[in-house]
Design a protein around this ligand. Structure first.
Ligand SMILES: [Fe+2]
Length: 239
């Protein structure tokens, strides 16, 4: 699939501009500095003034960490998604929500995928963690239970992860960063904020349609990567 830049309308640009400006002004003191730093590094291709061109984004991303964006029509099979992660490809849609869905969408659109997810793929620790999640999933692709455990891990980190910085909770998960309500909720400490615990995460089902009741707080991005050694051990033992 290709991104057809000529198909975006004036309204799409208005929507993108609105979402970017509003969200950026809301998050700048609520998200981890790594996200903001990465966003800045991508600013010539990722900014409020133009619909992001994936080719331009890809050249910046590829140069830094070897990742690229892979275009998908919408949600895809979990193992296909993880296979893309394994090969340093992050899946994104190219469509943008309409004006009447500014604050809530049922399926991830380009604002969620690109604004929420892509910047941190410029961070090596984070990018390595995501790739290794893909590796693990493909290694255990025939084991449905382990795949659902890896989905939980993905959910509580890449989608809804938070990090402690100087006693404060900052967000790094894309599901939080791309949502005004979520980022404010985390900032106001609404919900349970638990110590990052692999055993607990692997055994905790999540619900995609409700407000997040719980978050797991990491202390550093390198902690994420290291925690996968434990997942490896647990999975090998249970095999
Ligand atoms: Fe997402």
């Amino acid at each position: 699939m290709k991104q057809e830049m000529s198909k975006y309308t004036e309204n799409d640009l208005k929507t993108w501009n609105y979402l970017f400006e509003h969200q950026y002004s809301n998050i700048h003191d609520k998200v981890c500095w790594e996200y903001l730093d990465c966003l800045q590094q991508l600013s010539e291709a990722l900014n409020p003034h133009e619909i992001p061109d994936f080719e331009k984004l890809n050249s910046l991303l590829y140069l830094k960490t070897g990742w690229t964006i892979h275009i998908v029509p919408g949600l895809i099979e979990a193992t296909d998604f993880f296979n893309h992660l394994k090969h340093k490809r992050f899946c994104s849609s190219t469509w943008l929500r309409s004006e009447d869905e500014l604050h809530y969408i049922e399926e991830p659109d380009m604002f969620h995928d690109i604004f929420g997810h892509i910047p941190l793929f410029m961070n090596q620790d984070y990018a390595d963690f995501a790739q290794r999640i893909g590796d693990l999933a493909i290694k255990w692709r025939e084991d449905e239970h382990k795949i659902s455990q890896i989905q939980r891990l993905y959910w509580f980190t890449i989608e809804f992860g938070v990090i402690r910085r100087k006693g404060k909770i900052k967000s790094y998960g894309a599901g939080i960063i791309s949502s005004i309500q979520e980022v404010n909720k985390v900032n106001n400490r609404i919900g349970d904020f638990n110590k990052y615990d692999i055993n607990e995460i692997l055994n905790r089902p999540f619900n995609i349609d409700t407000v997040q009741p719980a978050y797991y707080v990491i202390e550093s991005f390198s902690e994420l990567y290291k925690s996968l050694n434990k997942v490896e051990r647990l999975f090998s033992k249970a095999a």
